[in-house]
Design a binder for this molecule. Sequence first.
Ligand SMILES: O=C(O)c1cc(=O)[nH]c(=O)n1[C@@H]1O[C@H](COP(=O)(O)O)[C@@H](O)[C@H]1O
Length: 239
Amino acid sequence: MNDKRPLMIALDFQEQKQVEQFLTYFPNEKLYVKVGMELFYAEGLNIIHYLKEQGHNIFLDLKLHDIPNTVKQGMKSLARLGVDLVNVHAAGGRKMMEGAIEGLEAGTEAGSKRPLCIAVTQLTSTSEAVMQNELLIPEKLDDVVIKYARLAHESGLDGVVCSTHEVERIGREVSPSFITVTPGIRMKDDAANDQTRIATPDLARCLGSTAIVVGRSITAQADPYEAYIRVKSSWEGIQ
Ligand SMILES: O=C(O)c1cc(=O)[nH]c(=O)n1[C@@H]1O[C@H](COP(=O)(O)O)[C@@H](O)[C@H]1O
């Protein structure tokens, strides 16, 4: 990651017009933005080209999860977009994750760097009770996250998406250089909404997250720039 510990803003909007309006609050900032399924399914490749033209770094969050060959070929197509970061679900298994890397390498132009690829371990909206009772995984949640992270590491991925609460163990038990991207970030008084494993930016820094992903605590605020500065200050330890 060129910015060592990025603050990634989740552009969870329905259309490009809303993105353009949001970005008017940041006239002089080169941001690290995340495009997820809401925006990508609505706007497609145009939104990626637009954000690249503006000079922003892009995490294209489509969470691929399919048979190994489909993910490999899908990643080959995504590599051509020139985004910085993509992801898969670790639950797809070793062969699928290896396929993701093969696809990214095959689709990246000679001489260019392939996009980084990270695996979602357990969604930050998932609680241990839901994982055990609905996904029928009868283990402790952080043990599952560690096992998935180890599998992602062995499969050649660059890191994982996890909650801040699992970051320290991943550094100790998987690899200190494995990237940990942590969503579920809230300022102290913000509503959790659908997230369950949450933390403040300050705690994410203290626990060692490589990057935080922040959506509604910035995008749904009356003054997004002011909210961004508050989140950034907390993340960078400038109180
Ligand atoms: O892969 C992700 O980005 C992701 C994984 C995860 O476990 N939890 C999670 O919230 N996310 C994404 O991070 C963003 C969080 O948004 P807010 O809850 O509004 O901050 C959303 O765009 C989610 O899709």
